[in-house]
Write a new protein. Structure first.
Length: 202
C-alpha cells in the first residue's frame, strides 16, 4: 500500500504525491471518480485504475480535438489512437462512444466525400478506390449508387479538358493518351468508349 502525502490541482490535471516520492499525474475525471485525500492509502489495483481512467480521458480528449478540425472514419480514428499507445480495447471503447453520439459516422462522411469526388469529375473506379484508402468498409462502399448519365457527363468534361491539354499530332496516339488519362481518373471502359464514340460522331 502507498499513502497520499499531497494533492496538487493544476488547470489540466491533478498531481498525487505518494510517500514513496512517486508522483501520479491523473486527469480530473480520474480524480473525481475516487474519494482521494491526503493520508489515504492506495493499493496497486487502485493506482492502476486511476491511471487507466486518466489514459482513457486523455485519449478521448485527443480524439475530440481531432474531430474539431476534420472528419475521420472509424478506421482512421482507430489508427490515430493506436499510435498514441492506446490499447485495442480502449480505442474500440472510445470509437463506440463517438459513434453513439454521432461524432463519427462513416456513412455520412462517406456520402460527403462521394459528392465531393463527383464534383471533381472522378470516375466510379477512382471514387471507390479513394474511399477504400480512407478505410471505409466494402459493405458501405457497395451501397453507393452511380448514375450512368452523370458518369458519362463527367467523363465528357474530362475528355474535353484532355483534348485541350494533350499536344499530339498523331490522332491515334492522342486518342490512346486521352483514353489512358480517363482510365486513371477512374472511368470504366464502357463509359470511356461511349464518350469517345460520341465525340467522334461530331
Amino acid at each position: 500500500m502507498k499513502t497520499i502525502t499531497q494533492i496538487k490541482q493544476n488547470k489540466k490535471d491533478v498531481l498525487i504525491v505518494l510517500n514513496t516520492n512517486e508522483i501520479l499525474k491523473i486527469s480530473y475525471e480520474a480524480y473525481l471518480s475516487s474519494y482521494l485525500y491526503e493520508g489515504k492509502e492506495l493499493s496497486k489495483e487502485e493506482i492502476h485504475k486511476l491511471q487507466e481512467i486518466s489514459s482513457y480521458s486523455k485519449l478521448l480528449e485527443y480524439a475530440l480535438s481531432l474531430l474539431r478540425k476534420k472528419f475521420y472514419t472509424e478506421s482512421e480514428m482507430k489508427n490515430k489512437l493506436l499510435k498514441k499507445k492506446a490499447s485495442l480495447c480502449t480505442s474500440n471503447k472510445i470509437i463506440s462512444l463517438l459513434t453513439e453520439q454521432s461524432l463519427i459516422s462513416d456513412e455520412m462522411y462517406m456520402n460527403d466525400l462521394f459528392e465531393m469526388y463527383k464534383e471533381k469529375n472522378f470516375g466510379e473506379l477512382k471514387i471507390k478506390n479513394e474511399l477504400r484508402k480512407k478505410g471505409f468498409k466494402e459493405s458501405l462502399i457497395k451501397k453507393l449508387k452511380f448514375n450512368e448519365k452523370e458518369q458519362v457527363l463527367s467523363c465528357k468534361i474530362s475528355f474535353e479538358e484532355c483534348t485541350k491539354k494533350i499536344k499530339e499530332e498523331d490522332s491515334l496516339k492522342k486518342k490512346q493518351k486521352i483514353f489512358n488519362k480517363l482510365t486513371r481518373l477512374g472511368f470504366t471502359n464502357e463509359v470511356i468508349n461511349k464518350v469517345m464514340k460520341i465525340q467522334e460522331e461530331y
